[in-house]
Design a protein around this ligand. Structure first.
Ligand SMILES: [Zn+2]
Length: 470
């Protein structure tokens, strides 16, 4: 449904008031964040499951305490005979044609990692220079507290009888790869169904420039076997007259890129990323590219990382150097990992990759295909009202124009959300900043950035409360 663009603008008095409300609430929000950080809920088998239960219970209690939901529950799904981690769901139905907004975050965290690298205790929230340190302080307990604060601010601004619908889904196993996510969506469709899904689990462009993550690349991986002989033979006897499978494999894999380092598989989709600045120097520093080694590919660096395909060979089963003998290898397996651009169907990309491999097989070598993995890319619905409103809300909250960013990898559960709720507009918003170090030691959240995220989400809900979408 289209919405007149000016109906999505915030008036400056509402923005000022919202900022004041969030500021007043901020100390208690930070205390809540600290309490959550103290619960080391890790959804890996090697860690105690009771911490996840405690964490889910604490999160459920937070949303219960708002008093606005018709239902707040802890639920689990199953997959492959295993019960998943506890997730918190809540729902308050939209009234009078207002949108239903699903707020997603996850309460489980990564394991702490190497304790000797942490400069503060891993599960003890510690404030240093405007950042709170601790495992989960950013990823993704900051997302939970942002949702909570936005709901509380909405109530303060428009009263308890607000009409925008709100659903909550705080997952408990995101860092373990969301094994029961898909089944959970199917089983809880009635609670989670929404017009807009806000996934608060990404980063902003800087601590002061807010961002929406509008594209994610998808993934296609393929194990390929190249065979040239029906058994291994002595290289001194047959070498020079028949090809070995390793040489054939190397020749084949080398056709995957052209001389510029661009992907040479024909027919793959690519597009342009935003014109944000990301210099080659920055890339060199961030990636650890060695002096004298050039970058690969053409087009802007962000295009290359966000909106064009890329290919890497990530494994080869050949002969190890230690075990090698003067033998022509009869067959070699390798694994090709391809990132695909937003807008590309993984099945089509796989077909193009296979066609390329068959066409370029050197010496007529026999090429056969093994295991595959397919993950859909993501692209935000650009004309949707939710995207426009999110941009307006972020810009008003931060006082800086919000920017669209991409991620070169994927967030696998986004594909599940798209599949189960194809009509929903999905917004991937940020609470983190480039220094948050999610998953690494010394994870932290920048307090001013977090406050901006809270203001933006509050504004989004407050304006959403005025919109009639059906
Ligand atoms: Zn996360």
């Amino acid at each position: 449904m289209t919405m007149p663009a000016d109906s999505l603008n915030h008036d400056s008095i509402a923005v000022t008031l919202t900022k004041e409300k969030v500021a007043a609430r901020f100390p208690s929000a930070i205390a809540t964040l600290g309490n959550l950080v103290r619960i080391p809920g890790i959804a890996w088998d090697a860690f105690p499951a009771e911490n996840l239960e405690k964490s889910a219970e604490a999160v459920a209690e937070l949303f219960r305490s708002t008093g606005v939901f018709e239902l707040v529950e802890i639920r689990r799904a199953e997959a492959n005979g295993k019960v998943g981690a506890p997730a918190v769901v809540a729902r308050r139905a939209a009234r009078n044609g207002r949108p239903q907004v699903l707020l997603y975050a996850h309460h489980d965290v990564q394991p702490p990692g190497d304790a000797s690298i942490w400069q503060t205790p891993e599960f003890q929230p510690t404030l240093i220079d405007g950042r709170i340190y601790g495992r989960g302080a950013a990823d993704d307990k900051a997302g939970i507290v942002t949702h909570l604060t936005a709901i509380q601010t909405l109530v303060e601004m428009v009263g308890e009888n607000f009409e925008v619908g709100i659903s909550i889904f705080i997952e408990g196993e995101e860092e373990a790869g969301s094994p029961t996510f898909r089944n959970f969506l199917d089983a809880n469709r009635d609670i989670l169904e929404a017009d807009v899904i806000v996934v608060a689990d990404s980063a902003n462009w800087t601590t002061t420039i807010p961002a929406l993550t509008t594209t994610l690349r998808g993934l296609v991986s393929q194990v390929v076997e190249v065979q040239t002989l029906d058994h291994a033979v002595h290289s001194g006897m047959f070498g020079g007259a028949v090809p070995d499978a390793m040489t054939a494999t190397i020749k084949l894999l080398s056709t995957l890129h052209d001389d510029h380092g661009d992907v040479a598989v024909e027919g793959l989709h690519s597009s342009k990323a935003s014109d944000l600045d990301y210099s080659e120097d920055q890339l060199r520093t961030d990636s650890g590219l060695l002096d004298g080694v050039s970058t690969i590919g053409t087009g802007s660096i962000l295009d290359r990382m966000w909106t064009k395909p890329s290919i890497a060979v990530i494994g080869i089963d050949g002969m190890s150097v230690a075990m090698s003998s003067n033998t022509l290898l009869p067959s070699v397996k390798s694994k090709i990992s391809m990132r695909i651009a937003p807008g590309q169907e993984p099945e089509k990309a796989l077909e193009l990759l296979r066609a390329h491999l068959l066409k370029n097989a050197p010496f007529g070598a026999k090429v056969t295909f093994g295991e595959i993995e397919l993950g859909k890319p993501f692209e935000v619905q650009s004309g949707g009202w939710a995207k426009l409103l999110a941009n307006n809300s972020l810009s008003a909250a931060f006082g800086n124009e919000s920017v669209d960013i991409g991620i070169g990898g994927s967030i696998p559960f986004i594909a599940d959300l798209l599949e189960v709720f194809p009509a929903a507009q999905i917004l991937v918003t940020g609470v983190e900043d480039p220094d948050s170090r999610a998953h690494s030691p010394n994870e932290s959240i920048h307090l001013e950035t977090l406050r901006g995220a809270m203001i933006a989400e509050s504004l989004f809900l407050i304006k959403g409360n005025d919109l009639r979408v059906k």
